[in-house]
Design a protein around this ligand. Structure first.
Ligand SMILES: [Zn+2]
Length: 279
């Protein structure tokens, strides 16, 4: 191992985790000291990595280019959005960067640094599941979509206050990110749709306006994401992509009636649910 490699011991990690209280993720975000290299694919796409991960660069480059192109084309982006991947050499480095004691399989779009929208994840060399090319590309598409939605709508990075401020609902944002994930990985659509019919008690979309994560109940979190996806899939079919993009950009001057849209999407979801119960 490199002589400059920094062991992220318990003291360092606990100091980072302590920042969770009182700091939003974009404010506490910090690159791991072990990520010292940078590979630029273009002016707007960068991969920051540790020296030991050099060999996976071609794999990550290919995934990033594909994911970026899918998202750029779906959202009809005129200008490029600068994206920087921060690839953690180990699970600890990922936890260090976002200050969350999470699994190594997690991907985040935690905020911006130096004018670049940052995405964090663990290198496929130390996280086995990240070796799957389609999974890698689809999750990068998911996280890039978060940044693009933020860019179009100027939504608050604090998702816990979205409802009170009539800001972009998280069910819509997470649903759209998963929709883009399915554009890369069509089998994910079938998985989500099948899971939807297995949810016995559907939640009100109004309750999924803020953060979808239920800290102590991973099943409830999964179900919330599935509901969010199905609501967005219905929206894209019924209202069309152009209308969704219009709603997102009019969020900038607070003229989008998210409450009405949430109510509508909710009534459709409840109706579909009733229909599937009688059929
Ligand atoms: Zn997401």
């Amino acid at each position: 191992m490199d002589a400059d490699y920094m062991i992220l011991d318990e003291v360092i990690m606990n100091r980072r985790f302590a920042l969770r209280s009182g700091n939003l993720i974009p404010d506490r975000l910090e690159k791991s000291p072990n990520i010292t290299e940078c590979d630029s694919l273009s002016k707007h796409l960068q991969i920051h990595y540790a020296p030991q991960d050099e060999t996976v660069l071609p794999f990550i480059r290919a995934s990033l280019s594909e994911a970026y192109n899918v998202v750029k084309s779906w959202f009809g982006m005129q200008d490029d959005l600068p994206i920087a991947l921060w690839m953690a050499p180990e699970e600890n480095d990922l936890q260090y960067m976002v200050c969350i004691p999470c699994a190594g399989s997690y991907f985040f779009a935690p905020g911006k640094r130096d004018g670049m929208s940052v995405i964090t994840f663990v290198s496929p060399l130390s996280c086995q599941i990240n070796k799957d090319k389609i999974r890698m590309t689809s999750l990068l598409a998911h996280e890039i979509s978060h940044h693009v939605i933020q860019d179009i709508s100027n939504a608050s990075v604090d998702s816990t206050t979205r409802k009170e401020n009539m800001d972009v609902p998280m069910w819509l944002e997470e649903g759209l990110c998963q929709y883009l994930q399915c554009e890369v990985q069509p089998s994910f659509d079938k998985k989500l749709t099948d899971n939807m019919s297995a949810i016995s008690e559907k939640r009100d979309l109004e309750d999924l306006w803020n953060d979808l994560t239920c800290r102590d109940n991973p099943d409830a979190t999964d179900a919330a994401y599935v509901q969010a996806y199905c609501a967005v899939k219905w929206l894209v079919q019924e209202k069309g992509k152009a209308e969704i993009l219009r709603l997102l950009s009019s969020n900038r001057d607070h003229t989008t009636d998210w409450k009405a849209l949430t109510k509508l999407a909710n009534s459709i979801q409840k109706k579909d649910c009733a229909r599937s119960m009688v059929s």
